[in-house]
Design a protein around this ligand. Structure first.
Ligand code: SF4
Ligand code: SF4
Length: 340
């Protein structure tokens, strides 16, 4: 059994989420390097050749220092989805007196003269969270979809050859789900796992259980092994105990309703998550996005401010690694699954 499969079986799986539409290559490469060295089993990133290149460079840096190479997972969706969009506005239309509340709202420092040197949205940094959309008092900010066209998926996957795919799914899109599966099969790429990401927004836990079962049947027909990602509070960027509790509660409600396959938490996961789990929670692991980035942000900014990779700054990356390990290690050491 491969180390990632072993981690899923033992409840110790940890995935780093770089963002389904995040194209901040410098940060992605540094995060991939340091979290690989910290021991994550999988890195989930945008289905984009440049992004995948950055992830692989980060993984190679960590491998040179003795880490195992995590699975590369790329994200797709079965239709329009907030994870696959970017904000946009024309700064020429902004009234000069505007106090720029959009800047304050953005957690990715993707808007603003101070942060980026550009007055509009820095598209590479925007990951589509949507916080800026209602913040503009003039309604100038719009969202632009980043969903991949069907025809481009097989060739793209054949080019980047991921180990796993994450499909962000919504209720009522069985046709879109089946179409995406067909594109994955057409790519000819052997996948270790196909992660289905869904939240409870459509009808609560019982409905979520039904949706997962429908997708389980499709996956079985297509020959893919599932990984169920329970999206507690999607794209929340909320690092408090309340957000962590939402994801853990969803797990407890869905666990007995879900089809066979490992259950993994995401959406509002953070440093509180592990402490909120019951000893017999049955969870296979966790994915960290906003929390993983926040912990390394000061070092990322310090290195990038010097025009360097964090991975190339021997005075900076060791303390950053300690913070990454503090998030990951408790999961690697827990005893929560069949193999313990
Ligand atoms: S607030 Fe969210 S959607 Fe708006 S620019 Fe920032 S990352 Fe993009
Ligand atoms: S809040 Fe609206 S008007 Fe003000 S800077 Fe942002 S996009 Fe422009």
């Amino acid at each position: 059994m491969s180390p990632p499969e072993q981690a899923l079986a033992q409840g110790q799986w940890v995935k780093l989420i770089c963002g389904a539409s995040n194209q901040d290559l410098a940060a992605i490469e540094d995060l991939a390097g340091l979290y690989s060295l910290a021991g994550v089993h999988c890195i989930d990133a945008a289905a984009d050749a440049a992004v995948v290149g950055a992830v692989r460079r980060g993984m190679a840096w960590a491998a040179e220092r003795g880490s195992s190479v995590p699975w590369l997972m790329v994200s797709l969706s079965d239709g329009p989805d907030p994870h696959f969009r970017k904000a946009w506005f024309d700064p020429e239309r902004c009234p000069p007196a505007c106090r720029r509340p959009c800047e304050q709202a953005c957690p990715a420092l993707a808007i603003g003269l101070a942060a980026t040197g550009a007055a509009g949205v820095l598209a590479d940094r925007c990951y589509g969270c949507g916080r800026c959309l209602p913040a503009c008092p003039y309604g100038l900010i719009e969202e632009r979809s980043q969903v991949l066209a069907a025809g481009s998926v097989p060739a793209l996957l054949a080019d980047i050859r991921p180990d796993a795919i994450e499909l962000h799914c919504q209720a009522g899109r069985d046709g879109g789900f089946a179409d995406r599966l067909g594109q994955l099969v057409a790519s000819g790429v052997p996948l270790q796992r196909l992660a289905v990401s869904m939240g409870a927004e459509a009808g609560g836990a019982p409905a979520l259980g039904e949706h997962l079962w429908q997708r389980f049947d499709r996956l079985r027909e297509a020959g893919f092994r599932p990984l169920w990602q329970l999206d507690g509070r999607p794209m929340s960027g909320d690092l408090g105990r309340g957000a962590a509790r939402v994801a853990v509660r969803l797990l407890s409600q869905v666990r007995s309703l879900a089809p066979p396959g490992p259950l993994q938490l995401a959406g509002g996961t953070n440093g509180h998550t592990l402490g909120l789990l019951e000893p017999d929670s049955g969870v296979a692991g966790v994915a960290f996005g906003g929390e993983a980035r926040r912990r390394l942000q000061p070092w990322l900014q310090a290195a990038h401010g010097q025009g360097r990779r964090l991975l190339d700054c021997p005075a900076l990356w060791p303390p950053a690694l300690e913070h990454a390990q503090a998030l990951v290690q408790p999961w690697l050491q827990r005893c929560g699954g069949r193999g313990c």
